[in-house]
Ligand binder design. Sequence first.
Ligand SMILES: O=C(O)c1ccccc1N[C@@H]1O[C@H](COP(=O)(O)O)[C@@H](O)[C@H]1O
Length: 207
Amino acid sequence: MRPRIKICGITRPEDGVAAARLGADAIGLVFYDKSPRHVTLEQARAVIAALPPFVTVVALFVDPSRACVEQVLAACAIDVLQFHGDETADFCRSFHRPYLKAVRVRPGVDLLEWSARYPDARGLLTDAFVDGAHGGTGTTFDWTLLPEQLPLPLILSGGLDEHNVAEAVRRVAPAAVDVSSGVEASKGIKDAARMAAFISGARHGSV
Ligand SMILES: O=C(O)c1ccccc1N[C@@H]1O[C@H](COP(=O)(O)O)[C@@H](O)[C@H]1O
């Protein structure tokens, strides 16, 4: 089955529209103010308003306050929450929305244990461990560290781009792939040709 495709770090309506037209299933908005892809509520609303229907909108956070998440949910039509920090499962589930939990992968990480800690997550998103960064670094990790079977759907991310996504899909067979840096022209600005090549690669890899 072909993986679902999420393009994260959208900051401009035209990039969200291009991602959707090219076949992305989901887009991500970064509500983490230390990220170069951070969006204000106003920017997020503009991106969402321009999207065609049936595109899933994911809101990304890193150790947010409850008030921050509630403010985003009140202001924007968000479908799924994505947590990249040290949020507990109780915190993640307390918003009564589907959520994804991100795990930064390095040798020794136990993804089965992570799955058990977040049993109601809609998926485990695996990113590369980079010291001092929470994600969005464009760094790949050793895919052989992933277990053959996970109780939760696997969303593969971390340094994916148009050159490696087909191989990633063939080797890992994830439920979804997620990309930010790998389809950018510059930080926060997407490149339509790179998005097209990425989506084609993700589909080709799943044949
Ligand atoms: O995009 C960011 O700036 C970001 C900041 C903090 C946490 C996560 C972030 N992005 C997510 O990281 C992964 C991997 O990104 P990349 O493709 O390697 O650039 C992905 O889920 C991004 O959405």
